[in-house]
Write a new protein. Structure first.
Length: 276
């Protein structure tokens, strides 16, 4: 009780900092808000992988119209997955989708760092980012990961480091981008607020990147546009970009909810005046 009272007075938790976890370096639970989720988290994560992989396989034979149908189906799956979640987690999913879609437009459509099969932004990609987040969250919530938290994080860090090293010396393309992104990913696994979430997202993204590029759903450019920095197909540590989406969502969701609740408390005329 003394720890709880101290946290209430100071705004700090026993996990290190203001609501922050301490990565691999200490045996401590993740923030409590991550506890919302499916009753069988690992099964849910496997279903997420199966759904996205199945839609990517269908996309291989799809034109623009069929992609719209796949997009609608992906949105339905995402909305159904969000139904049992609380407001905070729903806000995080919405922010992940918003930030990730903006990054997709910049990275693919504008800069050309990678290109989708039909040289567009497929309609299933924005909701797909929400499912990736929920899949990574489910992995972090599983009893297996919670029991062996340190082992899981160390193992994921080792996989990231090994993939980055192999990408530099042993694959067909020198993957300098992947090595830099991998270093960032290892850093957030050690120092981040929700390291098991980030590690879970890495697992989902690693599978989807390898699978998606192998079937030609998208392809990464030989170099980062505007630079001589070479990149793999896929870059080994590219999951760190997804982790940045998650970090943004975790940081901004409380502010989004607070603003929404303040807006709802306004009289109707005041809402209209503020909106205009």
């Amino acid at each position: 009780m003394r720890i709880i009272d101290t946290a209430r007075r100071t705004g700090r938790t026993p996990y290190g900092g203001k609501g922050e976890g301490t990565g691999i370096t200490e045996e401590c639970p993740e923030p409590r808000e991550q506890e919302e989720g499916p009753r069988r988290p690992l099964l849910f994560a496997c279903l997420v992988l199966a759904v996205i992989a199945g839609f990517l396989a269908l996309d291989h034979f799809s034109g623009f119209t069929a992609q719209l149908a796949l997009g609608a189906a992906t949105w339905l799956v995402l909305l159904a997955s969000c139904a049992p979640l609380g407001a905070d987690q729903r806000a995080r999913v919405a922010l992940v989708v918003l930030v990730a879609t903006s990054a997709e437009v910049l990275g693919s459509v504008i800069l050309g760092a990678y290109t989708y099969r039909l040289e567009n932004l497929p309609a299933f990609v924005p909701p797909g980012h929400g499912l990736v987040y929920l899949g990574g969250l489910a992995i972090s919530q599983s009893a297996l990961v919670r029991r062996h938290r340190r082992t899981f994080l160390v193992a994921m860090g080792a996989v990231v480091a090994a993939w980055a090293a192999i990408g530099l010396v042993a694959l067909g393309r020198t993957d300098a981008l992947g090595a830099l992104a991998g270093a960032l990913l290892i850093y957030v696994l050690v120092r981040g607020r929700a390291p098991t979430l980030y590690a879970g997202v890495f697992l989902i993204v690693a599978f989807l990147e390898i699978y998606g590029t192998s079937i030609g759903a998208w392809q990464w450019a030989q170099t980062v546009p505007g630079t001589p920095l070479p990149a793999g197909n896929p870059p080994s540590g590219i999951a760190s970009i997804y982790v940045l989406f998650d970090i943004s969502a975790i940081a901004l969701a409380p502010r989004l909810l607070a603003g929404f609740r303040s807006f709802r408390r306004l009289p109707p005329l005041a809402r209209f005046a503020n909106a205009s």
